[in-house]
Each structure stands twice: as structure tokens, then as C-alpha cells.
Ligand binder design. Structure first.
Ligand SMILES: [Zn+2]
Length: 286
């Protein structure tokens, strides 16, 4: 079974001291589909933002990595591009100088839990401890608390979202473009997937702990710039949100529109496919 082999491969592949996390484990598909906009809990959860203008947010999860993150920061600086980093608390506590550099260079730094557990399976107190420790590590590195959370694997219950937002003031940030870079498909595949699926208002998911992802970034930045996209942090993108225009009579046909199924525009009509429900196995493969 190729899925099993992939699973074993991911399990045994060392990632320079870091665990290779991905945000979700979609069904075994080679072409990533943009996650349809869920229009979830307005004001709390975001996976894509309706904006007037070619604005997008690049996000990098699971770092910082002592080796790869500085390389990425150099590249972003050369392009004058601001990104958002969803940090693992353990790594933030280990590399506070890199976290400080991220913030100093204008990037947004946000919470991605302490050790990347699946919140769906945890008690409120367990989740609270994960968030608190990471918030503290970030605050001690940059002087302020983050305002965004990306739950590991995108998994979080409605109940958790609510109390996390009330208690920590966090907005919950998912994504609409997922190149599945944690499967390490190679830089050109990562680049093509991102460039193909990114649209205005996109929140692009990537991981700064995989060498191939960093190697894909010169291509990603160049191609997205050539398409006219402007890069902002997630909080800036959320601040630009404009109301969705009324929909022109949606066609509820479930048959996939030719081509359009992979076109970013196709996801304007929300299909409720929660990220968590597309996990093929209870054990996250990333
Ligand atoms: Zn992650």
C-alpha cells in the first residue's frame, strides 16, 4: 500500500531535529484542491479573505528552524515581502533570536501550539496549556503576545474556537491554498501548486522546516509577483476584508465544473468540507 509506505516514510524521515508536521492530511490525492471557503464563525475563523485588490498572505508553519528559517527570511527581505509565521512553542523557546528577527523584519508571529498535538482529542486544560506556554515564549522573544492561532492540522472544535477566542483573543487562521509541501514533492511541484491555486485574498500554507519548501520560494515569489499579487501579513489581510457581494444564482450541480474545480474561483461557493474531516486516518501523517 503506497499510503502505508508514505506513512512509514514520513515517520522515519529525520527533519534536522524537527518533527515534520503538516497541517492536514487530505485523501491520497496528488493535486491539492484549494480548501473551499468555509465562511466559518464570522470574525473568528478565516481561511480566505474577500478583499478588493490582489492581496495575499504567505504563512509558514512549524518553525522556527535554525537552518532554514534564516534562509527564508533573507529571501523575503530581498523581495520586501512580509509573511506570517505560525510557531511551535518548543521551537520558539529554543530559537528566540530567530523569532525576534521575524518580528523585527515586519513579519507576523503567531501561535501554532507548543508541541503540535491534535486539539480535537484534548481537554480544554490541555489546549490551554499548549497555548499559554507558546504565547509566553513568543512574548518573551518579541515583547508582545500574538493575536492569531493556527491549530495543528487545522483541527479545532467549535467549542474550543469559542473559548480560545474569548480567553486569548486569538483569531483562528486556516488556509485556502495547500501545496502539501510536507510530503516533500519537490520544489517545482510546490511552486506550481501554490501559483496555480492562489487568488486574491488567499492564505497560503507552507512550512519553513522542509528544505524543498524553502527551495521552492524563489519560484513562488517570482511567479506570484509576476501575476501582480501583493503580500501582506494575515492580520493585515483580515483588516482589509470587504463584504462578499451577493452571489449570482449558484449552480448547485455537484458535477465538477471542467477546469474550474481547481480554479481558485470555484471555491467561492462554499462547500462545507471541514479540514478535519478529510483526514484519511486517525493518525496524522505529517
Ligand atoms: Zn503545523
Amino acid at each position: 500500500m503506497s499510503l502505508l509506505r508514505l506513512f512509514l516514510f514520513v515517520l522515519i524521515t529525520p527533519v534536522s531535529g524537527l518533527v515534520a508536521y503538516g497541517e492536514n492530511a487530505p485523501p491520497a490525492q496528488t493535486n491539492p484542491k484549494p480548501t473551499p471557503s468555509l465562511k466559518v464563525e464570522s470574525g473568528i475563523t478565516f481561511d480566505w479573505i474577500h478583499v478588493d485588490g490582489p492581496y495575499i498572505a504567505l504563512t509558514f508553519d512549524d518553525g522556527p528552524s535554525s537552518k532554514l528559517t534564516p534562509k527564508l527570511l533573507d529571501l523575503l527581505a530581498a523581495h520586501h515581502i512580509k509573511a506570517t509565521f505560525f510557531l511551535i512553542g518548543e521551537n520558539a523557546a529554543q530559537y528566540p533570536d530567530i523569532v525576534a528577527r521575524e518580528a523585527k523584519e515586519g513579519h507576523e508571529v503567531a501561535n501554532h501550539s507548543w508541541s503540535h498535538p491534535n486539539f480535537n482529542k484534548m481537554s480544554d486544560d490541555g489546549v490551554r496549556a499548549q497555548l499559554r506556554k507558546t504565547d509566553d515564549a513568543i512574548k518573551s522573544a518579541i515583547g508582545t503576545s500574538p493575536t492569531l492561532l493556527r491549530p495543528p492540522y487545522g483541527n479545532v472544535t467549535a467549542h474550543q474556537k469559542k473559548w480560545i477566542n474569548q480567553e486569548f483573543g486569538y483569531k483562528i487562521v486556516l488556509w485556502d491554498v495547500d501545496p502539501l509541501d510536507w510530503r516533500r514533492p519537490g520544489p517545482s511541484v510546490v511552486c506550481n501548486r501554490i501559483v496555480k491555486n492562489t487568488r486574491a485574498g488567499s492564505i497560503v500554507l507552507a512550512h519553513d522546516i522542509h528544505p524543498g519548501t524553502i527551495d521552492a520560494m524563489p519560484c513562488v515569489l517570482k511567479e506570484l509577483e509576476a501575476k501582480g499579487f501583493k503580500f501582506v501579513t494575515v492580520s493585515e489581510l483580515i483588516a482589509m476584508q470587504t463584504p462578499l457581494p451577493p452571489k449570482p444564482s449558484p449552480t448547485p450541480k455537484s458535477s465538477p465544473a471542467p477546469k474550474a474545480s481547481l480554479s481558485p474561483k470555484a471555491s467561492v461557493s462554499p462547500k462545507a468540507v471541514p479540514v478535519k474531516s478529510i483526514s484519511p486516518s486517525p493518525t496524522p501523517q505529517n
